[in-house]
Design a protein around this ligand. Sequence first.
Ligand SMILES: [Zn+2]
Length: 269
Amino acid sequence: MKQGRPGKWRSTSAIVLVLALIVGLFFIPSWFERYVLAEALPHLPDSEVPPPGYEAASSPLGLPPASNGSTAFVLQESPDPGQPFVAYDPCRPVHYVVRPDLAPPGTDQLIREAVSAVSAATGLQFVYDGPTAEAPAKDREAYQPDRYGKKWAPILIAWSTPEESPDLAGRVAGFGGSSSIQVPGEPYVYVTGQVQLDAPGLSETMTFPNGPALVRAIIMHELAHVVGLDHVNDPTQLMYEENNGQVGFGAGDRAGLALLGTGECVPNV
Ligand SMILES: [Zn+2]
């Protein structure tokens, strides 16, 4: 998202890392590079993916509200045309960490509230794993066992600057997206994601009338990208590319988030 004139900000397109595990051997981040997993299943100590099924329950941990029927939402494009959408596995908790460096005062609470709003709208159960020193990066590794243990890295919410993250230059106040993986015979599933927030810009936004609510809305917008929504061409929705002052999810946003809470459980990931 962007910050600039009070009451109006734009958002960048979500950045979605698509990782495909093809015949168990190739792990393909969509952005920059391809590399070969130097191992085959089952899990080996030097694996580039964690052991499958960490914390996976046999049924969803939560359920989204019934859809309100709105169609005013757009889902992130699925890498598989036969799979309508990609989502997080609802049968396991969705972990997140925050890099708090440069965070504007008072925004810890805004992050918690934004996460709660996305959790309520999707049924996904989020767990805060605490602060991290991990820096945001476009090519962030989805599996970082030295830092986070033998499980998928948690979603990283990082306060950053345009100097560190050039995509935050100009009026961009944040962006977000997730990485998906597929194992043979299973649907693509998101395994981790990232939100980058422009600390200097949002520090200024915090001083606007209704500033904290706007910053919370920006975080909600980016988290909605993380769980699978794209921009919608409807200025009454929070997922519209430009904000017209709305500080909460609209009906379309909520319908999309409810759908994204109905992903398949994928214990083999
Ligand atoms: Zn956006």
